[in-house]
Design a protein around this ligand. Structure first.
Ligand code: SF4
Ligand code: SF4
Length: 462
């Protein structure tokens, strides 16, 4: 059954049912495009409960290079230069780091009763969402590896058991994926270890810091070390965690709660999967945003495509995911990169560009091989759209550290896993369908954070 709250959180009175949607497609000229095809039959069949993603245009690639041009001169990124890490040392970013300016100027949004998304209950949920992150690994979000639940590299790299003998690499992959899914990952894929995505130097907490759980970030206690693992990784397990659709559609503390919950789940599950591997005698390193770039690894593991806004877009949840990864010496069968029309759709869509309050997202029609932002936080060498992390961070600051995510909310790929989403994928796969899909997205009132969504969040029946 389609959720009744769908009608509430679109921010408009229009609630198309399945029949109206198909009529709309026909009216928009899409009917003739899918007429007679299996997709039309799919649409007309009055299919029942949605079960799995439907992507008639999905392509499986042998290598990531078949999807993105990667320069031979590509240089590994220094972790110190990521925008979060720059909050520790760069005067250009540091004043804007996680609400610093807002705090100083008194702009930080304390609970405001009567303002949807900013009330005391919204505020309370925001901090509850982040609680696991705060308790388990408060500094990972800023990039510090080997801290909190991601720590103990020494133990994880030295399991006390003999390696368990899987029948073959396919069997090893099967068991690891099922375990990761059981332990809490919504999507799991396995990529070969590719050193290009490991930061050339890691930006670490000074080991003399004992209280890594303190909310007080030790500004002057970070240092660089060579990005070299204590063992030779063979595979990387990429995991994605869905963020709550309803909360992300709401403004302020509620959408921040969705991001926080993702950050709280990442270390918990990552740590457990690393433990599973250790128990089987394999070395493993659980990581979040730290140590290496999660998005190219997730792409190599077949979880999704890179987008204009710079985020991974998955088939099932669109960009509404957080990512974590585990490096291991267990050799497994690898997944393959997949494409399902994201880059082509992004060329025309640009809804995230329009929605971004800080102009951090490119408006260029075509992706570029070199960074267009002029920021050291954009690592050139891959043909894609470059998002300006500095501008984005400034916006987070303006929002008082509650985050932003207007781009995720705006994205037409950000949908519930429903039949409408599947039909939209048919359109996305066809050149003429892409404009129609974007127009329908607007017509349905998708893409905006609304006060109504904040009220609907709490009214949802449980
Ligand atoms: S999070 Fe906000 S400021 Fe950052 S890119 Fe997205 S819309 Fe722009
Ligand atoms: S909003 Fe549109 S342009 Fe931006 S990432 Fe999503 S599909 Fe691409």
């Amino acid at each position: 059954m389609e959720s009744s709250s769908d009608s509430n959180d679109r921010g408009g009175p229009y609630k198309p049912n399945r029949r109206e949607f198909i009529k709309l497609m026909a009216a928009a000229g899409a009917g003739s495009l899918v007429g007679g095809s299996s997709q039309a039959a799919y649409a007309a069949s009055g299919m029942g409960t949605h079960t799995k993603p439907f992507s008639p245009f999905k392509k499986v690639h042998a290598e990531i290079e078949e999807m993105y041009a990667i320069s031979r001169d590509y240089q590994r990124m220094r972790q110190k230069n990521t925008v979060f890490n720059r909050g520790f040392w760069d005067k250009k970013v540091r004043p804007n780091f996680l609400g610093n300016v807002a705090k100083k100027s008194g702009m930080i949004p304390f609970p405001q009763e009567g303002t949807p998304g900013y009330s005391k209950v919204d505020w309370a949920l925001h901090w509850a969402g982040w609680a696991g992150h705060r308790a388990g690994t408060p500094l990972m979000g800023a990039g510090a590896r080997n801290t909190g639940n991601y720590d103990d590299w020494e133990r994880h790299a030295n399991p006390k058991f003999e390696p368990y003998a899987f029948k073959d690499r396919a069997e090893a992959a099967k068991y690891v994926k099922r375990a990761a899914n059981f332990l809490g990952a919504d999507l799991v894929g396995i990529a070969p270890y590719d050193a290009r995505w490991t930061y050339s130097k890691w930006f670490d907490l000074d080991p003399s810091i004992e209280d890594t759980k303190s909310l007080e970030i030790p500004w002057d206690k970070m240092k660089e070390v060579e990005g070299v693992f204590p063992f030779e990784p063979k595979s990387v397990i990429a995991m994605a965690f869905e963020m709550d659709y309803d909360a992300l559609k709401a403004p302020g503390f509620l959408s921040g709660a969705a991001a926080g919950l993702g950050y709280s789940i990442m270390p918990e599950v990552s740590f457990k999967v690393a433990d599973f591997l250790n128990n089987l005698g394999y070395k493993s390193i659980p990581t979040g945003n730290d140590t290496g770039m999660s998005i190219p690894i997730a792409i190599q593991a077949g979880l999704g495509e890179c987008s204009r806004m710079g985020m991974l877009i998955t088939e099932k949840y669109g960009p509404r995911v957080r990512l974590a990864k585990i490096y291991t010496d267990l050799e497994m069968e690898f997944d393959k990169p997949v494409s399902f029309g994201v880059e082509e759709f992004c060329k025309r869509c640009k809804k995230c560009t329009e929605a971004c309050p800080s102009n951090a997202i490119s408006i260029d029609d075509e992706p570029s091989a070199t960074s267009t932002t002029g920021s050291i936080s954009s690592n050139s060498g891959v043909k894609k759209w470059y998002q300006d992390g500095e501008k984005c961070m400034l916006q987070w600051d303006r929002n008082g550290g509650t985050g932003c995510s207007f781009c995720i909310t705006a994205c037409p790929f950000n949908k519930r896993d429903t039949w409408i989403h599947d039909l939209a994928k048919v359109l996305v796969g066809m050149p003429v369908g892409r404009d129609i899909a974007r127009q329908l997205d607007d017509a349905f009132g998708y893409g905006k954070k609304t006060d109504q969504a904040a009220r609907a969040f709490w009214d949802k029946e449980v």
